[in-house]
Write a protein that binds this ligand. Structure first.
Ligand SMILES: [Zn+2]
Length: 198
């Protein structure tokens, strides 16, 4: 881990390709709203979060609502412990709004507040149109909600990048940057105008 912390920035939520494809496949295939949980690791830069895996739990889903069943959550956590995993890594709540826009409803805010036994929780809401919105909720030592930038890793699987690169090089001509657009430093311009007066 980098202990010098020389690159301070707002945290980002990073989805490896398999995680976001699974998430949007759940959203795409479910007819209504669905929700589930995800495992998070902290990036070695000490600021960003990586979504390792996401899990769909047994639930009752309606057109405008989705609720995590407490029994399903308890069973999920027990299974994790039995599998030798750390339930404290479960720090992501995801849900889909189906065909509706992505936003935080009052029900969503209540659900997130329900995670306040943890020090923090990450949440993402998606829909069938690949839209997404994510946030970090810090519960201790202060209460803070922060909008998160989401990074979806894309390895362009199934695409021949070498062929695409050839085509782009062949068809796209790059214009040279005009030198007149280079802005002169202000001090230079002032000196020039003084000289002009003399
Ligand atoms: Zn919602």
């Amino acid at each position: 881990m980098d202990t010098s912390f020389n690159n301070p920035h707002l945290p980002m939520l990073y989805f490896p390709e398999n995680s976001w494809k699974k998430l949007f496949a759940y959203a795409d295939i479910a007819s209504g709203e669905i929700s589930g949980l995800g495992k998070i690791t902290l990036h070695e830069n000490g600021t960003d979060f990586i979504v390792n895996d996401i899990f769909l739990l047994e639930q009752v889903s309606g057109v405008g609502s989705t609720n995590l069943n407490p029994d399903s959550v308890a069973k999920f956590i027990t299974d994790l412990i039995v599998a030798g995993e750390n339930p404290a890594d479960v720090k992501l709540w995801f849900h889909s709004h189906g065909n509706i826009d992505v936003f935080w409803s009052s029900t969503d805010n209540t659900t997130i507040q329900g995670f306040s036994d943890a020090s923090y929780m990450l949440s993402i809401v998606v829909n069938k149109r690949f839209q997404h919105k994510a946030r970090l909720d810090l519960f201790k030592p202060i209460r803070l909600t922060l909008e998160l930038e989401v990074i979806l890793e894309n390895n362009f699987l199934g695409i021949d990048r070498i062929e695409i690169e050839k085509e782009v090089t062949q068809k796209v001509k790059i214009l040279p940057t005009p030198s007149s657009r280079v802005i002169k430093p202000i001090s230079n311009m002032l000196n020039n105008s003084k000289r002009g007066k003399r």
